[in-house]
Design a protein around this ligand. Structure first.
Ligand SMILES: [Zn+2]
Length: 197
């Protein structure tokens, strides 16, 4: 299937011109759905432990664009210290969140989207930067004409080691971050080199 997003928008316009709002809505929902990566992330049932396994297998590199991603908790910690220079909004409002979150934060993405029948098994999950995750949305690799990169064996750790170090030293009152900190303290691969098992 060739993706022609402009065509779908044109069909939306035509429907609206005819006053068929319902049809316009249906086209968008089916052919060009809105889904923020944040929502996407929340809807998945992937445990934090499984996410770590995916991130470490891929050395925290985006399997779509090859970018070195940064653990979102690390970016959130920076924001706790310097919120004006490095703002973070819990719903990632674009005008209240530093671009580093969109450009660099690690996320776990389904290669075959859940909406298209993909499962939560580790072979269907990859490390993705938020930017790619957002574009990928509910498309398949074939539809986007993307190629999946091999898991990286570099030593990049997504600065997750720095997250643990800062959290060790400073009392940061945030349940989400403390939860990750607790998990990471017991996760054997933190502080060691990335790459494959
Ligand atoms: Zn990417």
């Amino acid at each position: 299937m060739v993706v022609e997003k402009q065509r779908w928008i044109k069909l939306v316009c035509q429907a609206l011109e005819d006053g068929k709002v319902k049809e316009a809505r249906k086209i968008v929902q089916l052919k060009y759905p809105f889904q923020s990566p944040h929502q996407n992330q929340q809807r998945t049932a992937i445990s934090n432990l499984k996410k770590l396994d995916v991130f470490y297998r891929d050395s925290f590199k985006c399997r779509y664009c090859g970018k070195e991603t940064i653990f979102a908790g690390t970016l959130m910690v920076i924001s706790r210290f310097i919120p004006e220079e490095f703002p973070y909004h819990p719903h990632w409002k674009w005008n209240a969140t530093h671009p580093a979150f969109w450009e660099l934060a690690s996320s776990c993405d389904h290669i075959l989207p859940k909406a298209r029948g993909g499962g939560d098994e580790i072979n269907n999950l990859v490390t993705s930067c938020y930017q790619c995750n957002s574009i990928k949305s509910n498309w398949t690799l074939e539809e986007l004409r993307w190629k999946l990169l091999e898991p990286s064996t570099s030593e990049w750790d997504g600065l997750i080691g720095m997250f643990v170090k800062i959290m060790d030293k400073h009392k940061i009152q945030n349940r989400y971050l403390r939860g990750w900190h607790r998990l990471l303290k017991s996760y054997e691969r933190v502080g060691k080199r990335g790459g494959q098992k």
